[in-house]
Design a protein around this ligand. Structure first.
Ligand SMILES: Cc1ncc(COP(=O)(O)O)c(C=O)c1O
Length: 502
């Protein structure tokens, strides 16, 4: 071989530490400016169409490097002109957390370190930190010693894994080997208020909607356990095979918490899996004052909990916890010939790729871990309870206002209400119009830029919905939401009211 045969180095992608610092400083400037302006001149969102955002952001990818100043300017456009801000105090929609400040910094370290948390050898500290964190959560939920879990992308993934584990344990045959046709129809049970990802999980698992039972709720939108029992009996009599009940620890619409203890008892009695969807309410269950609402959560066979919701950490990072780790091996272990492990020789720890549907995984636990270390648990406990207090405050404000009508009681940090023009109050015939009025009102509020609620449909009625998983929201935002709702409600009512209701 001559020197000419040896490939010359290609360092084009390898930025020096100095270049990294220069670019990193520019990025840091953008981030800290964002923090300063979140509670200042930035709106929650701007009224921009997809075409306008695309026009401003979708650059052609250049063949050569973009000048750094142009790149930084482009990032500023994305951050300050074309985004919406879940960290704005007026963001009250869906269940999307603020994003912790230390968590965002931790994400930079995690990306810089670039661990692959699928295998211990590729992520020693990452795996140990993640496992330690999961044990800590499991203990605080009251789950028994030996419970464990891992970080997943969100509640949707936790629900998919939870039902996969139920199928593994309770189908009665080896679904991994034999597929879904080797036995009777499997059935799963969840309330009518459960998150849609339970249905989707059943669809993806081949259970199909033919096997999903939506159990009716009581007047507080919690699963009716007598109806659950009746549904189980009916399915057994029909030759179906019940495998799991999903208990909601904080429903998406109203924050209702199912009677988890009763459901746990029923699951034990019928010998089936108890999955708890605590994606939203899990954070409240971790605090002393709110824990009693969740009695029975410790009995979960599997539990999904989203720190990126109410522990406010940046997307994406949620937890899937299980009581019996063996089930993860049964459901997910693979024998990859290109990965050889000898723990006696190496002392290496567990490989999460063996226990989960994912193979390569990010060090997503770091942003949760660093947030907890930087703030300490007491700050979390105080803020989560404060969010609940703010939701109750909004309920009182709404109740006292003659043009606003509360819908139900606040559930966790969610308050539902609607605008009802005074002369239409108490009229049975106005339901359809009030739904339309409030739906339009929601969009006006959202596009107004100051407060951004979402909606719930409660007993068929369209409701405005404020959900506080936002550590920048305070009582003045609640006041503003109420006054903006009334102001815009009056204007819209004047525009939209049909002739026969005038
Ligand atoms: C109760 C509940 N479960 C599951 C999910 C889905 O969670 P994710 O969006 O983190 O996948 C949500 C989302 O809001 C939810 O509220």
């Amino acid at each position: 071989m001559t020197d000419g045969d040896r490939p010359a180095p290609v360092g084009a992608l390898d930025w020096s530490a100095e270049d990294a610092r220069a670019f990193g400083n520019d990025v840091l400037d953008i981030w800290t400016e964002l923090l300063e302006r979140l509670d200042g001149d930035l709106p929650v969102v701007r009224s921009r169409s997809a075409a306008e955002v695309r026009e401003a952001t979708a650059l052609e990818i250049p063949a050569g490097p973009m000048p750094i100043d142009d790149l930084v300017e482009h990032l500023r456009t994305i951050v300050f002109d074309e985004s919406m801000y879940p960290g704005h105090p007026g963001f009250l929609a869906y269940i999307s957390g603020t994003g912790t400040v230390p968590g965002a910094a931790a994400d930079l370290i995690a990306a810089g370190l670039n661990q692959n948390a699928g295998g211990w050898r590729l992520s020693p500290a990452a795996t140990e930190v993640e496992q330690h964190l999961m044990r800590w959560f499991a203990r605080r939920f009251g789950m028994p010693e030996g419970s464990m879990g891992y970080v997943v992308s969100g509640g949707a993934m936790s629900n998919l894994i939870g039902l996969t584990l139920a199928r593994t344990r309770h189908a009665g045959w080896d679904v991994r080997d034999e597929g879904m046709l080797a036995g009777p129809q499997l059935t799963v049970y969840a309330s009518t208020e459960v998150h849609d990802t339970i249905d989707r999980a059943a669809q993806m698992l081949g259970i199909g909607m033919a096997g999903v039972r939506h159990v009716v709720t009581d007047d507080r939108l919690r699963m009716d356990v007598e109806a659950l029992r009746a549904a189980l009996e009916a399915d057994l009599a029909a030759g179906h095979r019940p495998i799991a009940v999903v208990g909601a620890a904080g429903t998406t619409g109203t924050g209702a918490v199912d009677p988890l203890l009763d459901i746990a008892e029923i699951c034990e009695e019928y010998g089936i899996w108890f999955h708890v969807d605590a994606a939203y309410g899990g954070a409240a269950a971790l605090t002393e004052p709110l824990r009693p609402l969740f009695e029975g959560i410790d009995r979960a066979d599997s539990l999904g909990f989203d720190p990126h919701k109410w522990l406010y950490t940046p997307h994406a990072g949620a937890c899937l916890l299980v009581r019996d780790p063996d089930v993860l091996v049964e459901a997910f272990a693979v024998d990859a010939s290109y990965i050889v492990t000898d723990r006696d020789q190496t002392g290496w720890g567990i490989d999460v790729y063996e226990l989960s549907p994912q193979f390569s995984r990010p060090f997503a636990a770091l942003k949760i871990w660093v947030s907890l270390l930087a703030h300490g648990w007491d700050a979390y406990e105080e803020r989560i309870n404060h969010d609940v207090e703010l939701a109750r405050y909004l309920h009182r404000v709404v109740t006292l206002h003659p043009e606003l009508e509360p819908i139900g009681e606040p559930g966790l940090s969610i308050t539902c209400f609607r605008y009802v023009p005074p002369d239409l109050q108490g009229h049975d015939t106005t339901g359809e119009y009030l739904d339309r009025l409030n739906e339009r009102l929601m969009f006006r509020l959202q596009l107004g830029g100051n407060v951004f609620p979402s909606n719930a449909v409660i007993n068929g009625q369209f409701a405005l919905r404020s959900c506080i998983v936002n550590f920048r929201t305070e009582a003045d935002t609640m006041d503003e939401l109420a006054s903006e709702t009334v102001r815009l409600g009056r204007t819209l009512d004047a525009e939209l009211r049909p002739e026969h209701l005038r």
